[in-house]
Design a protein around this ligand. Sequence first.
Ligand SMILES: Cc1cc2nc3c(=O)[nH]c(=O)nc-3n(C[C@H](O)[C@H](O)[C@H](O)COP(=O)(O)OP(=O)(O)OC[C@H]3O[C@@H](n4cnc5c(N)ncnc54)[C@H](O)[C@@H]3O)c2cc1C
Length: 407
Amino acid sequence: MTTEPLAIDTDADAYLALHRALDEPAADAALSEREREIRAVTRNLVAREVAPRAAQVDATHTFAHESVQALTAAGLGGLVFPRHLGGTDDTNVAYSVAMEEIAAGCAATSLVFMTQMHAAYPILLAGSHDQQQRYIPGLIDGTLYGSISITEPDAGSDVASLTTTATPSAEGWSLSGQKTFITTGDRADVIICFATVDRSLGRKGITAFIVEGAWPGIERGRPFDKMGMHGSGTAELFFDQVAIPHGYLLGGERDGWPIVMSSVVKTRISAAAQGVGLARAAYARSLAVLARQYGAKLPDEQTFALAELRGRILQARLLLHAVARQADRDPAITPGQIGIMKQVCTDLGFQASVEATRILGPYGDLAVLGVERCLRDAKVTQIYDGTNEIQRLLVGRETTRAMQELA
Ligand SMILES: Cc1cc2nc3c(=O)[nH]c(=O)nc-3n(C[C@H](O)[C@H](O)[C@H](O)COP(=O)(O)OP(=O)(O)OC[C@H]3O[C@@H](n4cnc5c(N)ncnc54)[C@H](O)[C@@H]3O)c2cc1C
């Protein structure tokens, strides 16, 4: 019996009942009615359309197209976008609540889902009216797939050293270089590509472009074989003198760095919400497995370990909501505030998955119970969107500045 699939993976009502039982009134109290409604809608959809596909998507490395389409069809793809572009004008908190729900049901789906937003958001920030109308509605409703393309073989944490270069041409720009580890890079219709127009300027030379995936001169690598997040494609992109017509520059020439810095507020909320969602998934799965073994009354050792996890998940969720709320109030929220949230929440996603695996002993190792999937999926959330070492660096820099002001 213990090695059969969990009811929460096949029965939406069982999924909803378990996750409802795990709600925390202390976190819910600060949510608006609309934010609670978004959670209810997302959770319902995840229970019926996303969670039941998650194990299969993982086992077969199938792109989570159907799960993502179910979410976009329900209008969830545009939570932080204005209505005139097909969005719903909701808060960052609403977005983080929805992302936690999606990640709890299928982390790979949440990765593709958030990447749609990460591709559309720079266009909202810096795009012309025409660019916004042309791309954002499609990224929101899932008719277009998008990528955000920053990382290169020798530039990721150190964005300023990127070498993909755009040179002026008669038609606009000519783009050459290589990107790597690009989510949805294997199929993106729209690629937000950060390149330099002058390497000697470092970060001040970075410029953002909208690149259409079908343009000549673009080659895509095969999706990498990864530890986790198997339902998402992660690929290299090669640009060989890609002709970018006039009208595809995002913002102005050399405006790329501020676009990156503003975008990471959103992308790190995404990663943090994945961390909380994965921690909750590992916790919920442990409970479901233990309930099979012991019924409602668990041995003390497991009860203590789960109490510790529950407290840490609540703490991380409160931090996520507090920082997302602050970002709603003040878009100039500091990288240190964002960094604390990203690091704490994604570290928890991984640590909770490790702990859930320990609590279950050999059952933690069984793919059919899904805790090992949480562990494999959670690891990369500590790495992307700025590694957690880089987050600590950013937090440390702010502390140093504050100390210098005191001195
Ligand atoms: C599944 C997946 C999806 C991704 N999706 C995207 C995407 O869609 N778009 C995109 O542009 N990128 C994406 N990335 C890339 C990811 O954001 C980068 O790999 C990540 O930011 C790390 O940068 P790097 O590759 O330069 O690593 P490095 O900087 O080389 O890191 C190597 C190690 O050194 C540490 N390190 C580096 N600098 C410092 C420092 N100053 N102090 C202390 N430690 C340091 C890092 O923390 C890390 O442990 C993805 C990566 C993965 C694995």
